[in-house]
Every structure is written in C-alpha cells, then in structure tokens.
Unconditional design. Structure first.
Lengths: 280, 290
C-alpha cells in the first residue's frame, strides 16, 4: 500500500504541475479580463455572458456536434466492417492488412493534410475537385465535410486495429455454434461479435465524442476555420480569441466550455464502468 | 450437399459473382487508400513545372529529380535537416519519460488497491479530456517563470506529462490482462513489489510498452501546437514547425511541400515499421476487458 503510493507519485507530480494547476488557473482566468500584458482584472461572469449571447459560439458548437456525429458513425462503421472481414482472411495476410491500414495514423497531421490538399482537394487540379467540379475545401457548405474526410482517412485504420484486437479475444467456439445454428454473417456480427466487443466499442465511441470536442489540428491546418467561419470549431475559436485578438480571459472561458462538453462522455463512461462492476 | 448449402448461406463461401463484387470493392478502396501516397511521391520527385502543366498522374513527359528533396533539407532559411534533429531531441525523451512513469502508475492501478484509487483513476480519465488550448496559456507563463520557455527541456516536460494519462490508462488495461500467478509466485519467493514489477511484469509487458512508445513517439513527433506555442528560436524548431514554412517564393511550391512532407513522415513510419510486430501484439491494450 505504501509502495502503491510511491508508484503513483512521479506521475502525480508531473501531471499536477503541467496539467492540473494550469487547468485550474484557466478556470480562474475565465472570470477575468486580460490581454496577456497587464494584470488580469476580475469581471465575474461577463465573459460567459458575452460568449453565450454570441450567435457565433452556438454556430461553432453546432460544427463540433456535426463533427462528432460524423465520427461516431462513418469511420466506426468502416472500421467495424473491415475488422470483421479481417477475421475471414488468413492470419499472415491479416497482419499485413492491419499494418497497412495503420500507416496513415502515425503520419504527421501536417503532412497528411498537405497530401490531401495537393492530391484530392487542390482547388484547380485535385482529383475530387475535378470529379465533382466543386472546390470542397474552399466552399463554406462543404469545408467541414472535406476536413472530416481527410481526418477519417488517417483515423479509421486505428479504429479497425482496435476492433480487430478486441475481436481476436473472442472465443472462436461462439462462431462455430452460431454457424451450426445457421446464423448468417449479419446475425453472427449482431449476436456474437458486437456483444463481445461492446466494452471496446463503447469506450471508442466515448473517446470519439471527447476528441471531437477537442479537435484542432486538422481544422487549423487546412482552413484555419474558414472560409469565413464555416469550419470554425471550439478549439480554433479559443485559440484565435486568445492569441489573435489577445482576449485571454474570454479565450479561457471558451476553453472551459470545451472541457465541460468533453467531460460529459467521460462522466458517462465512469458511470457505466462502475455500474458494470469493473474493478478500477 | 446440405453442408455446402449451409456454407453458402452463411457466406463463408460466396458465389463467384459475390466474390468478384467483393474483390472489385476491395480494389477500389485499396486504390483510393493509396492514391494520396502515390500523388505526393510523384509530385516530390518531379520538377514542379511539370506537375502544374500536366498533373502528377501523367507520365509523359516524366523527368526524375531529387532537387525538391535537396532544397527542402538544406534550405538556408529553414533547414528541415535541423528540424529533423530537433524533433528527435524532443521526441525520444518525451517518449521514454512518460512510458517509465506511467508504467509504474499503471501497475499500481492494475494490481493494488488504495482507498482513493477510484478518484485518482477518474482524474486520469478526465485529464484525457483537457484541451491543449485550455492549458497552453498558464503553461506558457509557467515555463516563462521557470526560464524553460523556448528550450528543449520545457517542451519535453509538457509532452511527457501530456502523455501520462493515456499511457497509464492503456498500460493499466494491458497489465490487467497479464496472468497474476507469476507475480504471486515471485512474491512467495520473497521479491518486493518493485522487484516483481521489474523482473516479472516488465518483460511480459514489452509488447504493450512498445505499443505505447510507438504511439507516443508518433504523437510527439506529429504535434505542432505545443511546439508552435513554446519554441520560437529557428534553430530549435521541430520538423512540423518547419513544414508550413516550406512554400515557394511567389506561389505554393507543392514539389517542395511534398518532399518536405515525405521527409517529415519518414521517422514515425520507420519506427512503426521496425517495431511493427510488437506494436500489433500490444494493441490489445485498447481492447476493454469484458
């Protein structure tokens, strides 16, 4: 027991200084007016009043929600289909496929977006631009979708690998039994695979919601939130408010709204885990 | 006959037509999947003029050149070579430090009970929801006060602590999948908690440790937000900071950008390839226990 505590100390120290203390000071700054040079002055709830009455904020939250809905479905479905198909290929080939699918995930976001901007979404000679005769990234109504597609290309392989790892732990006799009962592939997926990987599936969906409210890199690199404010999300708005307009107080307040949104799924997860009786 | 029929119905053996369709779909997805790589590779090994005039997919005319790579690596204004070195200086300790610390923490979580463990664990999970943009302002001033702004060490500390929550979570899952009997046997033989951890647990957990290390390395290497905020000396800039500066003088030079992107992705790619076998086995750390 004393040893357990010693094991936790280095992590706690580092986390306390670099994550917890800064998080708490951000919450304090959220109630101040501060340009980064003079001392912050306490202004109560003024920042939040300004934020919540601004239609831009709600538009941006809606963009985050759209992003979340996209990532809860499209990449997950893709990954589930591929992961369960991988069960039917020989073990060696499976490893090769999984390796290939994961490659985009380890690549720098900057390189990945440049790659897509050059090859698919280039306003003049991108393949997708030419096929649809439409500049996806440059048009307000489709910019967010285009970024989501780029992100999916990088992300889905990771999900497929996670699901595949979870499926590997399913006892094969379940499938044989289902097979003897005459279950078709959809039924096998629905009654064997999905229930067996449910904890992994739920965790990934929960983290998807969290990450969707934190998304920054992809949007900042490709469109910087544009054109106009079309692809603005909470993180880019926070960053711009603080560092472009030098409103650090308001930026901090926006950041706290982000953590509020992102904490909800974590709280739900903790609830599920404690109800499910898993020993944490 | 009846057996074969059943196999067909279950789809384990499809009709030739079905197999053909599946093959076609798989090929289409495969080609779509690989196109960006081919495109950027083609752009990087040809003079940019040729790409602009004919498109990267046209093979006539085709002129091979390494000029883009040489320009990107040895540009006097923003040397990607220097950026690569800086990235390594930052990414290697930023991988080893959190893995070591988080491994200890995760083992504590996986094997021992502590009255406040539940709350600590919740804290760790909630920390995974903290946005970088939320803490960057106080971190900036903290590092400034410690005179760690614009230093390798400052960025390494930030990356390390940022890695701890997810690595702890991941390794906790991994450790709890390991059989506890060996550890108990070692304990019966009189080994202390730390000895058990070092001699019994760590060797068993190598795939999990490598898996976490590869991911953390890739994340640190690929990060540009923390570097953007905390490093501004051109001599200390990491490769992802250099990349956006690789533009042509009058118009965006995609040849230069493509070669730069390929150079920037080589390190995580090589590490991934090199440790691939362990990495894949370690993946079950993401699979939640039922």
């Amino acid at each position: 027991m004393r040893n357990t505590f010693i094991m936790l100390i280095p992590a706690l120290l580092l986390i306390a200084f670099i994550m917890i203390v800064p998080s708490i000071s951000t919450i304090y700054y959220a109630f101040t007016s501060w340009n980064g040079f003079t001392k912050p002055t306490f202004i109560g709830l003024q920042n939040y009043r300004e934020i919540f009455s601004d239609s831009l904020f709600w538009k941006v939250v809606w963009n985050n929600i759209k992003w979340t809905l996209f990532f809860l479905t499209i990449p997950v479905i893709l990954a589930l289909i591929v992961a369960s198909e991988l069960n039917n290929v020989p073990q060696k080939a499976k490893g090769v496929f999984k390796t290939i699918f994961l490659i985009p995930y380890v690549l720098p976001t900057l390189a990945v977006t440049r790659l897509w901007q050059a090859v698919f979404f280039h306003p003049l000679h991108g393949i997708i631009t030419k096929i649809f005769n439409h500049d996806f990234l440059g048009t307000p109504s489709t910019a967010l979708l285009a970024i989501a597609i780029i992100n999916t290309w990088q992300w889905w392989g990771f999900l497929a690998n996670v699901f595949s790892a979870a499926m590997d732990q399913i006892d094969k006799t379940y499938y044989e039994l289902a097979h003897l009962e005459g279950a078709n592939r959809w039924q096998m997926f629905k009654y064997v695979t999905l229930p067996m990987i449910l904890p992994t599936f739920i965790f990934m969906e929960i983290m998807t919601v969290v990450w969707s409210f934190l998304v920054f890199d992809y949007i900042f690199i490709t469109t910087q939130g544009g054109p106009g404010r079309a692809s603005e999300v909470l993180a880019t708005l926070t960053y711009k408010t603080a560092f472009f307009y030098l409103k650090f107080g308001k930026g901090s307040a926006l950041a706290t709204t982000m953590i509020m949104f992102a904490s909800v799924p974590i709280a739900i997860y903790l609830r599920l885990v404690s109800k499910g009786g898993e020993r944490v | 006959m009846k057996k074969l029929y059943r196999f067909r119905r279950t789809g384990l053996i499809g009709s030739p037509f079905k197999i053909l369709i599946l093959n076609i779909i798989a090929w289409i997805i495969g080609i779509l999947w690989i196109t960006p790589f081919i495109g950027i590779f083609m752009t990087s090994i040809r003079p940019f003029r040729e790409v602009v005039l004919y498109g990267w997919w046209s093979l006539s005319p085709f002129t091979f050149t390494l000029k883009n790579y040489i320009d990107a690596l040895f540009n006097p204004m923003f040397s990607l070579g220097r950026g690569l070195l800086n990235s390594f200086i930052i990414a290697i300790p930023s991988t080893l430090i959190p893995i070591t610390i988080a491994a200890l923490t995760a083992y504590g979580f996986a094997r021992f009970s502590l009255p406040i463990k539940k709350y600590l664990f919740a804290t760790i999970l909630f920390l995974m929801a903290v946005p970088q943009q939320m803490t960057i302002i106080p971190i900036f001033f903290l590092l400034k006060d410690l005179h760690l702004l614009n230093t390798y060490l400052g960025l390494i500390l930030v990356h390390s602590s940022w890695g701890i929550p997810w690595i702890t979570f991941f390794l906790r899952n991994y450790f709890s999948l390991l059989p506890a009997e060996l550890e108990e046997a070692a304990r019966v033989d009189g080994a202390s908690d730390f000895q058990v951890f070092r001699i019994v647990v760590l060797p068993l957990a190598i795939p999990g440790l490598i898996s976490a290390a590869v991911l953390q390395f890739a994340w640190v290497w690929n990060d540009f937000f923390f570097a953007l905020m905390l490093i501004f000396d051109p001599n200390k800039m990491v490769v992802t900071q250099m990349l956006p500066r690789l533009k042509g003088q009058y118009q965006v030079d995609w040849g230069l950008l493509s070669s730069g992107s390929i150079i920037a992705m080589l390190a995580p790619l090589l590490i991934y390839g090199f440790f691939n076998k362990y990495y894949m086995r370690g993946f079950r750390g993401w699979a939640m226990k039922r």
